[in-house]
Design a protein around this ligand. Structure first.
Ligand code: ATP
Ligand code: MG
Length: 427
């Protein structure tokens, strides 16, 4: 992509309405624009990141055996009347009527709808099933804030498991737990799983996943060893049980089993939440199968959410510096920013065109800054948008046979031959 043609409306000034760094950087780098409180349009740069996150989430759901569906954003109230949640859900639910005076709503989540769909499953032989969708949700939050972190409209991956019995439900839960750990590790993030409320069901089958960042809304307390295991992406529900992790409301300093030198107290951003809830929806809504002896069995269910759009902000909160965003390579909108220090100079232009073509042909995503701007502006914009690598092409370097390759994260700059730079970028 050529920056001269790209729609990337950057801002020089910090937008006054943005209280936290991710919101500021997303607005400044032209990733999103607000359309109403908590409702955002995703511009090209932001949408590329959102799609990359979505794709990693999708691949790990598929690998765990979940099957993708797409449910509508608009739901009939009737479904929620059947589960009994229509009146309980309160003001966060956006309700409206269609032209026939039928009550409708914009889905805040989809337990009811997916349960209704799974009434199609008639025999115990057809279980288990895990279905998921990645779809926009709407919750009329009291205080939408922090940009996409607490929006009213937001993109969520929500999966739902259907099993014959509690053992099966546990296996599905464990498969999802492992998929979550792998997903966050692939995104380049360490997410700490924290046991959450299971309500009347009890047990250890509800976890929230938190990315550590100062601006997180929750305080969490955890064993430092848990962080090390989480980073590797290999935790399971059982191995997790060996480590302590609790949210503020649950943590009791006097009863904490972790020695003080290993206890970490940090703030976290909730980027996922999974739980098992038994037959809460399947029973009232009739998602039942016929068992081996002709008996009627209500499916044991769990649900598994990931805040896909919130993750964009959460990753920035966890990975930035005073100059801008530092994208982990897996979710970066482009891998490389190619900076032409002297657009209009024949040697610089032709070298850049060659590099741009060569790398693009090899599948490297390049954002080529071919604009007629001062070098300082180009450097500042590249640092702001946080691509993992920058390749700087200038007349002096070209004359000496070198280019400059900069790593955005470490800040390390190397003067190398063009061949060496290309080899590094295509490795
Ligand atoms: P929170 O406690 O942050 O309000 P929640 O517990 O209501 O979230 P869940 O119903 O568990 O959220 O939804 C699953 C995931 O969706 C959350 O872990 C979070 O990452 C994301 N999410 C929830 N609400 C929002 C929102 N308003 N904006 C962006 N993402 C959200
Ligand atoms: Mg939650």
């Amino acid at each position: 992509m050529r920056l001269s043609a790209y729609f990337m409306p950057t801002l020089k000034e910090n937008p006054a309405e943005a209280q936290i760094v991710s919101h500021r950087l997303m607005l400044r780098s032209g990733m999103i624009r607000q359309q109403a409180a908590g409702i955002y349009a995703w511009l090209p740069l932001g949408y590329r990141v959102l799609r990359k996150i979505e794709q990693i989430v999708r691949e790990e759901q598929d690998a765990a055996g979940a099957q993708e569906i797409l449910m509508p954003t608009v739901q009939p109230a009737e479904l929620w009347q059947r589960s009994g949640r229509y009146d309980d859900y309160g003001k966060e639910m956006l309700r409206f009527k269609d032209r026939h005076e039928r009550e409708m709503l914009f889905g805040p989540t989809a337990e009811e709808m997916v349960t209704d769909i799974c009434r199609e499953i008639r025999s115990y032989r057809d279980l288990p099933k895990i279905l998921y969708n990645i779809q926009w949700k709407f919750r009329d939050e009291v205080r939408p804030r922090f940009g996409v972190m607490r929006g009213r409209e937001f993109l969520m991956k929500d999966a739902y498991s259907f099993d014959l019995d509690k053992d099966g439900a546990r296996r599905s839960y464990e498969a999802m737990f492992r998929a979550y750990m792998r997903t966050y590790a692939r995104l380049g993030m360490t997410a700490i799983p924290v046991k959450a409320d299971t309500g009347p069901i009890g047990g250890d089958m509800s976890h929230e996943f938190h990315i550590l960042a100062e601006t997180g809304e929750s305080a969490i307390f955890f064993d430092q060893e848990l962080e090390e295991k989480s980073r590797a992406g290999e935790l399971t529900v059982d191995s997790m049980n060996q480590y302590y992790a609790a949210a503020e409301e649950k943590h009791d300093a006097d009863k904490c089993p972790v020695p003080a030198e290993r206890l970490r107290t940090m703030r976290g951003i909730e980027v996922g939440h999974i739980f098992y809830f038994g037959t809460k929806y399947s029973e009232p809504m009739g998602a039942v199968v016929q068992g081996p002896n002709g008996e009627t069995i209500a499916a044991e269910m769990g649900s598994y959410g990931i805040g896909v759009s919130r993750l964009v902000g959460a990753i920035i909160e966890a990975s930035h510096d005073e100059r801008g965003i530092i994208w982990p390579e897996a979710v970066a909108p482009f891998k490389l920013g190619l900076i032409n220090l002297k657009s209009g100079d024949a040697a610089c232009d032709s070298a850049c065109e060659d590099i741009y073509r060569t790398l693009s042909e090899q599948g490297v995503e390049v954002l080529y800054d071919d604009r007629n701007e001062r070098a300082g502006v180009k450097f500042a914009d590249m640092d702001l948008i946080g691509l993992p690598w920058q390749l700087v092409i200038g007349p002096k370097g070209l004359a000496a046979g070198v280019v400059e390759l900069k790593n955005r994260k470490s800040g390390e700059k190397q003067e190398v031959s063009l061949e060496a730079a290309l080899a590094r970028l295509t490795a």
